[in-house]
Write a new protein. Sequence first.
Length: 429
Amino acid sequence: MMARALHPSRRVVITGLGVVSSTGMGRQAFWEAVRDARSGVRYITRFDASQLYCRIAGEIRDDEFDPTDYMDRSEVKRSGRFVHFSVASAEHAIADAQLNIYSVPRARKGAIFGTSVAGSGNVTDDIYRRYYERGPKACGLLDHLEMAPHAATSRVMIRYEMKGPSSSVATGCCSSLDAIQEGAAVLRSGAADVMVVGASEAVVSQFGMSLLALINIMTRHNEDPEAAVRPFDATRDGIAVAEGGGAVVLETAQHAMERGAPIYAEVMGFGCATEGEHMAKAIPTGEELAAAIGQALEEARLCATDIDYFCAHGIGNREYDAADMRSLKIVAGERAYSIPTSSIKGTTGQPFAAGGAWQTTAACMTLQTGIIAPTRNYTTPDPQCDLDCVPNRARMARVDTVLVNSHSFGGTHSAMIIRRFDERAGSPH
């Protein structure tokens, strides 16, 4: 099927990628780590995790990340860790795009960031502690604003002198892809030329992980942190929580080409569907994800035979991973067995809202390099996950079109199609 032809002012491209993670800081370091399957999952050091059944995480340590490299010290002190990760990942993405963000007219640039838990587990805990120990006078005038999800977007808008469209998303693990979707819609509408979008999470805390332990979604493989998360593997038993941020610079193709920007990919289509059954339990049939993928392909005016690689959510959860695999079989039939389907989460851990941005980074680098990042820790085949999951070692492949998906609590599924940018593919309506 032919992709739709649009004027460059309505085509949306990815020009910058930014990552803050325990696996690697910045696009290149992150990509090299996931390509080579060098794990960022390790024993927790920030707090005493001995009372938790899961004592490992993708924890970013203080010697790896200093928020004052990206924000004023006073702002760092007031704001939450999730905000620090958003601003830092935005900074990395803008630098990667070789974009002088301050030269873009203020009303023609904007930001959309997402998060699952926002300040819970970081700045919110500190505010509550001060309140209960010393009363209301111990709280700052802006504390209530710094706890909220929109604090991340607001800080990015202020930092980069943006006066254009802004919003925040809180769709759990789907937040990154949904932020990209919203940003792309803004650009196609003509309301902006540049959108910086992404998500962050700072849930590696005693409070946050204690709550997650209650619903029994984390791995119990503490003996070897790097081997703990096992997407699609028969011995998988849960996630390792990760923290960090991911950001993507979106531009209209016209704006990017006029300034001679590097272009990683074109954003082609999105889809979303929801199971609507349970807050925590997932339906492993893959039907809802297949519906979302179908919507994304339809918007892109592509079909399943165009998919060259599936950069899957794959977090090491039995039902979620099975849904990933089954959805592709529903959409692509027997051809699903010839589509490489890998997950980077065995290397990175699961950063909830930021996961889609990390996957998008890996997918864009696959388009650029022709290398597919592997699924780390895949050793025991599972009949329910019997597609080609690119086990343990990266693979060379010709890839022009990538499917990326996310799966959130509450049964929400998001799917995105990105493609190698071809300037000749577009034409005026």
